[in-house]
Design a protein. Structure first.
Length: 109
């Protein structure tokens, strides 16, 4: 009986994802804009300091799975606190956070 309940709970949880979460949970890489959430996306009310964020469907989400300083000097002219960049990512939205399993910063054009 416990197994049946767990299977039903899992199925209900999987079907309750909203469209935005389903799109962001793709296993294929997608291109998103990334930058400092506070400096470039105006997310000052959520956290203090500088943190990496990604724009998904026009809304910024803080990123887990990689950090701002993992990709160079955030305060350089082309750093995340000074410029919005593009990245190829694989990840999903979980509890209003974009959790990435793959992150490849794309070169500037």
């Amino acid at each position: 009986m416990k197994k049946v309940f767990l299977i039903l709970a899992f199925m209900l949880g999987a079907t309750s994802m909203n469209a935005q979460e389903k799109k962001a949970a793709a296993k294929e890489p997608v291109i998103v804009e990334v930058a400092c959430g506070q400096c470039m996306f105006g997310m000052k009310e959520i956290k203090k300091g500088c943190d990496l964020a990604a724009m998904v469907d026009g809304k910024p989400y803080f990123v887990e799975g990689t950090k701002l300083d993992d990709h160079g000097d955030a305060h350089a002219a082309d750093g995340f606190c000074s410029a919005v960049r593009k990245a190829e990512v694989v990840g999903e939205l979980k509890n209003n956070v974009f959790v990435v399993t793959e992150f490849k910063l794309l070169p500037r054009k």
